[in-house]
Write a protein that binds this ligand. Structure first.
Ligand code: CO
Length: 169
């Protein structure tokens, strides 16, 4: 049906038909593959992320995005004023499949290791030390395989609010 319709247009468009054809060919030329290639080239080898924790016991971001295999430089800043003994924050990225509540419960009694339990290191992809108001800490890690990963602050009582997802594309 479409083919018939196109022929009909050509037949009836003898006068000024050239202009019509130009418009048609421009539309067809739009390349879709080229756009994809450009996007692939634009994925940088490394990425820097900054996430804030505050005196209100909150991260400013509940979602971070990186690409698989990317070298990630993550800075955690404590934008508040309270000391780390009272309002300490860390950033702990958990392996997929780890039960966040179970990890956090174990973390509560791991004060000596900044609330990252030594016997649960296999459940952790990356983590920062614990910081207090005005402090910051930077870590580097390689983004894991594609998927969605939980991150938390493992200071006692914080994980239910201080949590988010690292999306690896
Ligand atoms: Co915290």
């Amino acid at each position: 049906m479409l083919f018939v319709a196109v022929i009909a247009i050509f037949n009836t468009a003898c006068d000024g038909g050239k202009a019509d054809k130009k418009v048609d060919s421009k539309i067809e030329e739009k390349p879709t593959t080229e756009v994809k290639e450009v996007q692939k080239e634009e994925i940088p080898e490394s990425v820097s992320l900054v996430i804030l924790g505050n005196d209100q016991m909150k991260f400013d971001l509940d979602e971070l995005e990186v690409y698989e295999g990317q070298k990630v430089t993550l800075t955690l800043k404590h934008s508040g004023k309270m000391p780390k003994e009272v309002m300490g924050h860390n950033w702990v990225l958990l392996q997929s499949g780890v039960k966040v509540s179970q990890f956090a419960n174990a973390a509560m009694s791991a004060k000596e290791t900044d609330y990252v339990p030594a016997d649960k290191m296999s459940e952790v992809i990356a983590y920062t030390k614990l910081i207090g108001g005005g402090e910051e800490v930077t870590i580097e890690f390689v983004a894991p395989s594609k998927g969605s990963y939980d991150y938390i602050c493992s200071f006692p009582g914080h994980y239910s609010i201080m949590k988010g997802k690292l999306i690896v594309k």
